[in-house]
Ligand binder design. Structure first.
Ligand SMILES: NC(=O)C1=CN([C@@H]2O[C@H](COP(=O)(O)OP(=O)(O)OC[C@H]3O[C@@H](n4cnc5c(N)ncnc54)[C@H](OP(=O)(O)O)[C@@H]3O)[C@@H](O)[C@H]2O)C=CC1
Ligand SMILES: O=C(O)[C@@H]1CCC=N1
Length: 271
């Protein structure tokens, strides 16, 4: 049985993806929340069961996914500690920043805990998800977590020290990419195209470019630099635009975004 505490943006995306895959069904999915609004709606959409109490969900779950904000996760774990120590479900934290050490200490020293960092693209089974197992996780726990994560995209096991940069590059980047898509679409509007058409054009460009990069890098045929060269005709429109974009700080702003996210991850971890 999979239990979800929190039914917000991330859990909704992940449950939707895992349900589309057929992994989560009405039979193996329990959901709870705080307000009694988002949880019942999510449970209904996947034919899962909504329970009003965190403790009830924890008692009935073999895998307990904590999808509450980083600021709330330790309080929720403290509330559940005695149930977790007795039942020993695999506890999966989605929280950015909050360290395994703190999760373990609050959940109880024998409880298997694991950090997972998915992203909202899980809703369309296109997340890039990392898992970091804690000291009590067995190979079976790790396999189960990877199997679960692969129902809503790709998944990999990494070290906890790599999670801040992974969180920036995979967890946060969808928002930055949505913002870029919106910015290019607004440029289309400036030139008289409707926002809807401009968004559709730009979205297909992002989708196609990402697919091409993945194919070229996986087959080892071309690097991203080769692909850039392929589009930039000498004296053409693309090189003019690319140099303008770089002069405006596009590359620097990407690194600045990552730096700020990594810094915020550290701040969340200290709270
Ligand atoms: N959003 C994202 O793209 C990503 C988020 N994450 C992580 O996922 C976690 C959730 O983020 P996100 O989904 O965006 O947050 P949301 O605010 O959308 O959702 C948080 C959920 O937690 C519930 N909640 C809060 N307190 C309690 C409580 N005491 N008991 C039970 N439920 C509670 C809320 O209930 P209610 O709905 O009733 O208010 C809500 O459903 C965070 O830790 C974040 O770091 C990780 C990767 C990506
Ligand atoms: O903004 C956040 O903190 C969460 C973690 C990664 C994406 N959203």
């Amino acid at each position: 049985m999979f239990g979800f505490i929190g039914a917000g943006n991330m859990v909704s995306a992940l449950v939707k993806g895992a349900h589309a895959n057929g992994f989560l069904t009405g039979e193996n999915c329990l959901i709870t929340d705080k307000s009694g609004i988002s949880g019942p709606a999510l449970a209904k959409s996947v034919a899962g069961r909504y329970l009003v109490s965190n403790l009830e969900v924890a008692k009935q779950s073999d895998v307990l996914v904590l999808g509450v904000k980083p600021q709330h996760i330790l309080a929720v774990l403290a509330e559940l500690r005695s149930v977790l120590e007795t039942h020993q479900p695999l506890v999966i934290s989605l929280a950015a920043g909050v360290k395994l050490e703190d999760i373990q200490m609050t959940a109880g020293s024998d409880v298997p805990v694991l950090r997972m960092m998915p992203n909202v693209n899980a809703a369309v089974q296109a997340s890039m998800t990392a898992i970091v197992p804690g000291q009590n996780c067995t190979d079976e726990h790790i396999e189960l977590a990877l199997k679960f994560a692969r129902t809503f995209g790709e998944a990999m096991q990494i070290q906890e020290s790599e999670l801040p940069i992974f969180t920036a590059l995979a967890g946060c980047s969808p928002a930055w990419i949505f913002d870029l898509i919106d910015a290019f679409a607004m440029a289309g509007v400036k030139y008289g195209i409707s926002k809807a058409n401009a968004s559709r054009i730009v979205t297909q460009a992002f989708l196609g470019s990402a697919t091409l990069v993945r194919e070229a890098t996986e087959t080892g045929t071309k690097s991203t630099a080769n692909l850039i060269d392929q589009v930039c005709s000498p004296g053409g429109t693309t090189i003019a635009g690319l140099l303008a974009m770089q002069a405006a700080g596009s590359r620097h702003s990407a690194v600045e975004a990552v730096d700020a996210a990594v810094m915020q991850d550290m701040i969340l971890g200290k709270k």
